[in-house]
Ligand binder design. Structure first.
Ligand SMILES: Cc1cc2nc3c(=O)[nH]c(=O)nc-3n(C[C@H](O)[C@H](O)[C@H](O)COP(=O)(O)O)c2cc1C
Length: 140
């Protein structure tokens, strides 16, 4: 049974490309082997991640992610059964929403994932995917 989960969290330390890079490195290896696909959005001080895969695999991965000290205030936005994946081609793509990103600064100057519900956040991710924001890692 395929599921998709979406959660938000805050960086527990300073947001650096080293931290995000090391998360992605682990994710690409594990996710590829275990049939997980998704996107990791790194904003200014926050993460939004979408994970897709078999329910048991997503559940146990989420439990590990929840306990990861590199972030805090983890909140599940949605966990739902799906027929099709949105992110077939990525075992984990990065969507970089740093504060220099014009889309975030101009269109969403006060973007706060904690203020948005499931539909709002899912729509944001769909828009970012549609406008080519996800960066596919070479080892993906
Ligand atoms: C925001 C965030 C997203 C993560 N995403 C994934 C992921 O998609 N896949 C993965 O295997 N690990 C991911 N991790 C890393 C896991 O939390 C964990 O470090 C990794 O699964 C290794 O687990 P272990 O140290 O218990 O062996 C993520 C961590 C964070 C902080």
């Amino acid at each position: 049974m395929l599921v998709r989960t979406l959660y938000i969290s805050r960086n527990s330390g300073p947001q650096t490309s080293t931290v995000t890079g090391s998360i992605l490195k682990t994710a690409l290896v594990f996710n590829k082997v275990h049939g997980i696909t998704g996107v990791l959005c790194q904003g200014t001080g926050f993460f939004i991640q979408m994970l897709e895969g078999e329910r048991s695999v997503v559940s146990s991965l989420y439990a590990r992610i929840l306990n990861d000290k590199r972030h805090k205030d983890v909140e599940i936005v949605s966990f739902e059964e799906i027929k099709d994946r949105k992110c077939k081609q990525w075992s984990m793509a990065l969507i970089d929403l740093s504060d220099t990103d014009p889309m975030v600064v101009l269109q969403h100057p006060e973007f706060d994932p904690y203020a948005g519900g499931r539909d709002f956040l899912m729509q944001q991710i769909d828009d970012w995917i549609a406008t080519g924001k996800p960066v596919q890692s070479p080892s993906n």
